[in-house]
Design a protein around this ligand. Sequence first.
Ligand SMILES: NC(=O)c1ccc[n+]([C@@H]2O[C@H](COP(=O)([O-])OP(=O)(O)OC[C@H]3O[C@@H](n4cnc5c(N)ncnc54)[C@H](O)[C@@H]3O)[C@@H](O)[C@H]2O)c1
Length: 261
Amino acid sequence: MARLAGKTAIITGAGSGIGLATATLFAEEGANVVICDLNKEACGKAAKSITDAAGSALAMPMDVTSEADWQTAFTKAADQYGRVDVLMNCAGVGDQTPIEDTTVEIYNKVCDVNLKGVFLGCKYAIRHMKHRGRDLQMGSIINVSSTAGFVGTARAGIYTMSKGGVRLFSKAVAVEVAEFGYHIRCNSLHPGGTVTPMFDGSLATRNISQEKFAELVKRRNLLGRRAEPVEIAYGALFLASDESSFMTGTELALDGGYAAR
Ligand SMILES: NC(=O)c1ccc[n+]([C@@H]2O[C@H](COP(=O)([O-])OP(=O)(O)OC[C@H]3O[C@@H](n4cnc5c(N)ncnc54)[C@H](O)[C@@H]3O)[C@@H](O)[C@H]2O)c1
């Protein structure tokens, strides 16, 4: 049986990279997927490729920093599919500016998307999922952090701050929903360097050659390579499915061993 049969998942940042790979995999595993992204065209394209492959998908262009957009997303998803079982907060932005050169505009942009977006997603997921019947398995919230949620990195100060925040906020969500008696789990997911437009963009910004980068990866990452997006999506699949039914308030690291030393 498909691992997400009968479930509906809202995935943000699903127009590209890790979010797109996750939406595709979730649909293959039987979920209805709600494809949320700021990029309207990418949203439509992702939803079409899933429905063309006989999957179930709804395109939902939205800005994760907008409270009104979150309200609409949950309302439309529930109207279309009856209820939402999984939320994956995957939308994020990176930044490579040294701290001494970081402007308040950069700070606001990174924190708005990476922190406020996750906060609002959790807020509306809790409001929606708290009414979940005990006849169902628990609702699952997956917040995408990073290896930057575990260790510091040069030229990623505000990004690191935001991803550390995502990690601890996920624990706060898990504790609160448990104390309030809601039928919800929440965990953070920590990808290492993954082959996506975001990562390639950061290489370009830092003017690092592929050769120098390969050397850096070998030194830092025990597996000596970057992840493919689908390798991160498999972790999200585990967290979304009932296979992780005893897991809440903790981290799943898929980082090739990056944070081990
Ligand atoms: N790629 C990596 O190496 C890596 C490593 C660790 C963590 N991550 C995290 O994984 C997540 C996905 O990253 P990715 O590499 O797939 O990036 P990506 O750039 O390929 O995709 C991110 C998506 O988020 C969307 N987005 C940005 N701002 C948004 C907003 N305000 N509202 C809605 N959507 C918005 C973008 O349009 C884009 O489609 C991010 O949270 C990122 O921080 C990535």
